[in-house]
Design a protein around this ligand. Structure first.
Ligand SMILES: [Zn+2]
Ligand SMILES: [Zn+2]
Length: 245
């Protein structure tokens, strides 16, 4: 059976005391981590997930709450885990330079020393399905700050399909991108306020009928969403939520 583990489910600011975005996908051919916010090592430690299990990190966009944990993951893999197996870091175009620059800015640059395990970078392209690590992945552009090169994903593992919105406001093509998946992990940062670059509960309610998905789980919850989550008609993710598919 495939398994999805929500490692972090907050917005960028840790609303509700939650951790930033990270979703683990376990399939028959291996494990993929979708996004790696700055708090991801904390989440993996609390949930008892071995970093060595993760062979691929798939980044949705270059905001710190989605990829700020990558340099820290690498560092922990080196010092804590004595990792030897390869790690792929996959993301929007420019992923290698973004990760290297971030690691350097955080004081853990790795341009000058070789890692004892192979680290490879791969860029996603939209409009085609790519075989990446343990999954087939289709990337799509989302409605978010353009300088962060925002993408969402459709991931197939072991006969199950999962869509992940990354960060996005509503856009017309979204229902097409996610149509037919078993699970849609959809950001819902806002409760009733409207922003171009994030979704609100009001918008998700208004468009729910257009979303042809097996199970809809809201994540990336902001302060108001965390506060109201027990009163709403949609399922929301908690840190540590596990879904079998
Ligand atoms: Zn975010
Ligand atoms: Zn973002």
């Amino acid at each position: 059976m495939n398994e999805v583990v929500f490692v972090g489910t907050s917005d960028a600011f840790g609303a509700g005391g939650r951790r930033q975005s990270a979703i683990l996908v376990r399939g028959p051919r291996g494990t993929l981590l979708m996004d790696c916010g700055a708090t991801t090592n904390t989440g993996l430690a609390e949930l008892g997930i071995d970093r060595n299990e993760i062979e691929t990190i798939l980044i949705s966009h270059f905001h710190g709450d989605h990829f700020g944990g990558v340099p820290l993951f690498l560092l922990a893999a080196f010092y804590e885990d004595q990792r030897r197996q390869p790690l792929s870091i996959v993301g929007p175009p420019g992923v290698e330079a973004r990760v290297r620059d971030l690691a350097h800015a955080m004081g853990h640059g790795f341009d000058d020393h070789p890692w004892p395990f192979p680290v490879t970078f791969h860029e996603v392209t939209t409009g085609t399905e790519q075989e990446i690590g343990p999954a087939q992945i289709s990337a799509f552009e989302t409605q978010h700050q353009i300088e962060a090169n925002p993408h969402g994903y459709r991931v197939n593992v072991g006969g199950a399909s999962i869509a992940y919105s990354g960060d996005t406001g509503w856009f017309e093509g979204l229902p097409d991108r996610i149509a037919g998946v078993d699970l849609f992990a959809c950001e819902c940062t806002l409760f009733d306020r409207k922003l171009d670059f994030h979704l609100s509960l009001d918008e998700i309610s208004a468009h729910r009928a257009q979303m042809d998905v097996g199970r809809l789980v809201l994540t990336h919850l902001g302060t108001e969403m965390s506060r109201h989550r027990d009163e709403i008609e949609f399922e929301t993710a908690d840190d540590g939520l596990v879904i079998g598919l």
